[in-house]
Design a protein around this ligand. Structure first.
Ligand SMILES: [Mg+2]
Length: 200
């Protein structure tokens, strides 16, 4: 599987070099199963959740919930409600996803909406307004949103640059089927995170 080049990630990477806190996750968990959605709601005031798909909820390009996460996903939906949850992927729902076929499969499998975005990718600043618009939130309500994902330079950077809460799922589901650039960059992200912040 091939994803088109992500120029927004490169541009924001340079911004993060000047402002390293943009790469610091609000919360780090081993994987989605270890995310306490109730605590996220109560401790951080989070009312809306945006999920990465590949290697966060799903094995890459499978567009289906990883079986071990069934209970956690059910608890999360019960706590937040499906309408307050959204999947934002850099594969499903993008211009790389022909006729958004993968996004439709994911919506059927997960029971929540997949944000369609053809002209940008995470961590583009355009994602911020698209997410706020989707949930009907004002600019001042950004802190009610948390982004949950396995990538520092896309998911965490998007969240921190947008004023959202950022949750890093530290251990990917399956790196073998991931694309090689993503695998390589994630390894570098982990070196950085492990150096700067303690492991969960
Ligand atoms: Mg991912």
């Amino acid at each position: 599987m091939v994803q088109s080049f992500n120029f927004d990630a490169i541009k924001l990477f340079y911004k993060a070099l000047l402002h390293p806190d943009l790469l610091k996750p609000t919360l780090v968990v081993k994987n989605f199963k270890h995310l306490d959605c109730k605590a996220l709601n109560e401790k951080f005031g989070t009312e809306y959740l945006v999920f990465d798909l590949d290697n966060c909820l799903s094995k890459p390009y499978q567009n289906a919930l990883w079986p071990e996460f069934e209970e956690a996903w059910t608890l999360c939906k019960k706590r937040y409600g499906k309408a307050n949850m959204l999947i934002l992927s850099n594969s499903a729902g993008t211009a790389d996803d022909k006729e958004h076929a993968k996004a439709k499969i994911a919506e059927d499998n997960f029971g929540v909406k997949v944000l369609k975005h053809s002209n940008w990718k995470k961590p583009s600043p355009e994602a911020r307004s698209a997410i706020l618009d989707h949930f009907g939130l004002k600019e001042t309500e950004a802190r009610k949103v948390a982004v949950v994902g396995d990538r520092v330079l896309t998911d965490v950077l998007l969240a921190n640059n947008s004023g959202f809460v950022s949750v890093l799922t530290r251990v990917p589901i399956d790196t073998v089927s991931d694309n090689i650039p993503a695998r390589l960059v994630r390894s570098l992200e982990h070196v950085y995170i492990d150096y700067k912040y303690p492991k969960p």
